[in-house]
Design a binder for this molecule. Structure first.
Ligand code: ADP
Ligand code: MG
Length: 694
């Protein structure tokens, strides 16, 4: 591995970033691009041509032979199709060509991506369009061009387009509010995201021996090892040499691609780690997180490791999530969730805070659905990740402020009467550096909200689309009222107080893992949607459809297509897991256990012939025999259940959750008993001890 001597020199060296563009583009071309970014103006074709030429030259110098329109179909991962730059000259030679048209638009044959019914295969054509707000980069000898992906009819088929739309919406509505506070300078408000990524690393040879890991990304079987994570000796522990070499290599690759990899450490479970980048605008953060996940997998392979991004690779130890830190910043660099120093700044902060609280309360189900996947079902509500009930944690200081506004009392001095927003000073609110309430799904951490329900393998796009859109909605409603107000301060006071009062039920500071919270949340009328099958139908409620269509983030057709895709994905994942279980049980586990039982029986017969005691053998053989019978029974039931899955996707999801998952648990229970009884030499694949404590 190379040693990094000068990080600033290699940082972003494989990215066609603003710095490189400024150096390589004619001034007017660069300025046209910059205007396009800052003001959302259109790029004329001659400008695109000039950018394409410079981009190609730069990419060729970096060793690229191909270019690809890199896009984010609704599978949640990214897609690419590579074309070389070659163009024949007619005399048997080639030149390297790349036009503005090729930069701006592509036409991958995209019939096999999920479209949720947006496209029939006969009109399969999908188009890609350059997203000039996200930098192109060179990786594996290809020039990668970030693009949006849409159908012939103009429907968005990807995760980027609605994210960009939602960013525009929240910006527009936030600017309206800022104008009311006398800010005439801010042109754009940018949602900022820092996505902390958890993952597991396993030795490749052990991974290869487990069909469940290879086919489903998680272990479907495995008895609990004698040691788990109870000693907390892995969290923030010394990073072992092999992992450290991986992390160093990974960081270098990420830095070359301009990804702001900042923090790395061991996580709670054995073999679990975390990587946190420095936050950027939401679009870049989403692209970078996709790149990061892909590079993690590739880089692990180079080190003879496998990177597991699944939400719950192992039962009994923590699973992996993604903490989505989210805030709003002006293009002048002011964080709108930063409590200010003056009464005016504080008033602005309280407006954004109240809008956030109102939005999360009104659209709890929408937020919940953006993190609903088969993998995440194993984490949410399992005392290692937030519960499946959405709530907000504000911290003591902010809670007191909110309460005083609701109660109409003064925060400092009960004698003085009501806290007047925009006139009185707020107490200082400490910027949190610790996770003060780890059980909270949405925690205020000083100047941002941390959305902690995300699964580790998912795209961060969906949750941020939801956060941006609900914020746009509430800020828009606030602006409607405030723009009409004759007495701005009085209207502000009333508005904030009203919003906080109406939506205070979403604020919760206690232990989100407790049974009492489930009961309390039910009393408060909050949604409790414990699984994907239960959550997803709420996604397409009239209220949510109204929200996304009103803001032009999705058309109703696009939104319903997403719903279908999420539902189908859930059903397919559970079906694959069930079939993998049956396969492993019948072809590996039962033969191993029965083989060992037969050996025991042979031994018993031999011992009996010479009148020796065979108490232990008889006992183990008996237990094995019982567990084998039970396992076989449950496998049969599971098989039959799979033949009776309802056709209608919504019904199918509930059936998978309620019936199929139940049998899967039974199958696992018996198989895990067999593992504890069977001679190690007979067991067909590595156990939890082998995998987690290699
Ligand atoms: P911790 O969560 O461990 O306290 P930090 O608060 O420093 O750590 O940051 C966690 C993540 O939040 C990082 O990715 C960081 O870049 C990101 N972050 C920090 N400030 C903001 C902000 N204003 N908006 C969005 N993300 C932020
Ligand atoms: Mg954090």
């Amino acid at each position: 591995m190379s040693e990094i001597r000068n990080l600033p020199d290699i940082f972003g060296s494989d990215v066609f970033n603003a710095y490189t563009m400024k150096q390589r583009l004619p001034k007017d071309v660069y300025n046209a691009w910059k205007r396009c970014i800052d003001e959302g103006t259109h790029l004329p074709l001659d400008v695109a041509n000039a950018i394409a030429e410079a981009m190609k030259q730069w990419a060729l110098e970096k060793g690229a032979t191909h270019y690809t329109h890199w896009f984010q179909p609704m599978t949640g991962i990214t897609a690419e199709k590579h074309d070389s730059f070659i163009s024949p000259t007619g005399d048997g030679r080639v030149i390297m060509e790349f036009s503005g048209k090729e930069l701006v638009r592509g036409e991958p044959d995209a019939s096999s991506f999920p479209s949720g019914g947006l496209r029939a295969t006969f009109e399969a054509r999908g188009y890609t369009a350059w997203d000039p707000t996200s930098y192109a980069f060179v990786k594996d000898a290809s020039l990668y061009i970030p693009t949006c992906f849409f159908s012939y009819t103009g429907d968005s088929l990807d995760k980027k387009t609605p994210l960009l739309r939602s960013m525009d919406e929240v910006s527009r509505e936030a600017v309206r509010i800022l104008r009311l506070f006398g800010d005439n300078e801010t042109k754009r408000v940018i949602p900022c995201v820092g996505a902390e990524q958890e993952y597991f690393l396993l030795p490749k040879d052990l991974y290869a021996q487990r069909e469940d890991l290879r086919l489903t990304g998680r272990t479907l079987f495995g008895a609990q090892p004698p040691k788990g994570q109870e000693l907390d000796d892995h969290y923030f522990g010394t990073i072992r040499t092999r992992v450290s070499a991986f992390m160093q290599d990974l960081d270098e690759q990420l830095w070359r691609l301009g990804i702001l990899s900042k923090t790395k450490h061991n996580e709670g479970a054995p073999c679990q780690h975390e990587l946190a980048p420095i936050y950027t605008d939401a679009n870049t953060a989403c692209d970078d997180n996709q790149k990061m996940m892909a590079i993690m997998k590739k880089c692990a392979a180079k080190h003879n490791l496998v990177c597991l991004l699944h939400e719950k690779p192992f039962a009994g130890v923590n699973g992996s999530g993604k903490h989505n830190n989210w805030s709003l910043s002006t293009d002048t660099g002011r964080n709108l969730f930063s409590p200010g120093k003056t009464p005016r700044q504080n008033a602005r902060f309280l407006v954004f805070l109240a809008a956030f609280i109102a939005g999360v309360d009104e659209y709890q189900d929408f937020l919940r659905c953006t993190v609903a996947t088969a993998g995440n079902d194993h984490r949410l509500g399992a005392s290692e990740a937030p519960p499946a009930i959405v709530s907000i944690f504000l911290g003591d200081e902010l809670n007191a402020v909110v309460q005083s506004i609701i109660d109409g009392t003064n925060y400092h001095d009960p004698e003085k009467g009501t806290l007047r927003i925009g006139v009185d000073v707020l107490p200082s609110i400490p910027k949190d550096t610790t996770d003060r309430n780890r059980t909270s799904p949405l925690a205020f951490t000083g100047n941002k909200f941390e959305f902690r329900m995300l699964g580790s393998s998912q795209s961060v796009s969906g949750p941020n689309i939801a956060l941006n859109t609900i914020m746009a909605e509430e800020l828009g409603r606030f602006a409607d009222v405030l723009e009409q107000a004759e007495d701005f301060d009085a209207a502000l006071q009333k508005l904030v107080c009203q919003a906080l009062t109406e939506h205070s039920r979403i604020i919760f500071s206690g232990n989100g893992y407790s049974q009492e919270w489930k009961e309390e949340a039910a009393r408060r009328g909050l949604h409790n949607l414990p699984s994907t099958a239960e959550a997803l139908p709420t996604y397409v409620s009239e209220k949510n459809i109204d929200l996304v269509t009103r803001h032009g983030v999705f058309t109703e057709t696009e939104f319903r297509a997403r719903y279908r895709i999420h539902l189908d994905a859930y059903n397919k994942v559970v079906a694959i897991e069930a079939k993998t279980m049956i396969d492993m049980a019948l072809h590996q586990i039962l033969p191993a256990a029965m083989g060992y039982a037969r050996e025991l029986c042979d031994g018993i017969a031999a011992k009996k012939a010479v009148k020796l005691s065979c108490w232990a053998e008889t006992g183990i053989a008996g237990e094995l025999s019982t567990a084998c019978d039970r396992l076989y029974d449950h496998v049969q039931s599971l098989k039959e259940a799979l033949c009776q899955v309802p056709v209608e996707p919504e019904e199918a999801a509930l059936y998978y959750r309620q019936v199929v998952c139940g049998y899967m648990e039974e199958v696992r229970r018996q198989a895990d008993i067999l593992e504890t009884l069977t001679d190690k030499a007979h067991w067909p694949f590595p156990t939890y001890s082998d995998l987690l404590f290699y």
